[in-house]
Design a protein around this ligand. Structure first.
Ligand code: DGL
Length: 264
């Protein structure tokens, strides 16, 4: 049986890549809700319905676990998803806790980048309230970055102009860690690293999420030994052109992580 990953669009491919890396003997199914992407700038109740609807496609497939490879979907629907499905459901949230811990010795601030919906939600605000005991966490929504990513726009000049403008209100030297709290944003990790002062760490939740997935599969004796890292792409609009786009995005992300590393 396959492991399913779900996102509004191609962002979750950043998590898929990590899943294939950590679990090379598994096969995967990736579902994008192309009918409704982007989620982050829509009202919560509407997005929740879209997620529950999309999940009906996943449960028709032979899958043994689902990763909600989307911070926005996790923040508004993870409880419902867990209670309505009888397989493990693994969610993601911005890596605020590890970022605050990293800052403990440096005294530097943490900047969390995520969608407007994630940042508005109780789940995120309670998380910050719980872990930000030094009041060092700032949050910045970047909804347009999801749209650039969906358009496979990785033009460094255009993206840098956008990000420079968004970051212009912040004195960047005071930040030690920037959290990529939306799965679309790791596609721009390299460009972001070029705009931030040297040694600023960029963290995202992919590694920890996949580690949790692996532990859960291990505990349930659900690990596969005969898979080949095969990925079956699906989208809610059943659109061949978008399936092609997802395959291209997967290749782009793979090529990006094979380049020399960025501070993490
Ligand atoms: N990739 C998603 C996330 O991690 C959502 C992006 C969107 O649809 O706005 O939050």
């Amino acid at each position: 049986m396959r492991i399913a990953l779900f996102d509004s669009g191609i962002g979750g491919i950043s998590v898929l890549t990590e899943a294939v890396r950590q679990l090379p003997k598994e096969d995967f199914l990736y579902l994008a809700d192309t009918l409704h992407v982007p989620y982050g700038s829509k009202p919560k109740e509407q997005v929740k319905q879209h997620i529950l609807e999309a999940m009906k496609l996943i449960v028709q497939e032979p899958v043994k676990a689902v990763v909600i490879a989307c911070n926005t979907a996790t923040s508004i629907a993870i409880e419902e998803l867990r209670s309505s499905m009888d397989i493990p459901v693994i969610g993601m949230e911005p890596s605020v806790k590890p970022a605050v811990e990293m800052s403990r010795s440096s005294g530097k601030r943490v900047l969390v980048l995520a969608t407007p919906l994630t940042l508005r939600e109780n789940k995120y605000n309670e998380l910050v309230h719980r872990v930000d005991d030094m009041s060092i966490v700032d949050s910045l929504p970047l909804p347009e970055l999801v749209e650039y990513c969906e358009a496979l726009n990785f033009d460094p000049d255009e993206i840098k102009t956008y990000l420079r403008d968004k970051l212009s209100a912040y004195s960047l030297e005071q930040y030690g860690t920037v959290v990529l709290g939306c799965t679309h944003y790791p596609f721009y990790k390299r460009i972001l690293a070029e705009l931030l002062p040297a040694n600023t760490r960029l963290v995202d939740g992919s590694r920890g999420t996949v580690k949790r997935l692996k532990d859960i599969l291990e505990q349930g004796s659900l690990l596969n030994e005969y898979g080949q890292g095969d990925v079956h792409f699906l989208c809610t609009s059943h659109d061949e052109a978008y399936i092609h786009k997802m395959k291209k995005a997967y290749q782009i992300f793979l090529a990006q992580i094979e380049e020399p590393s960025i501070p993490e």
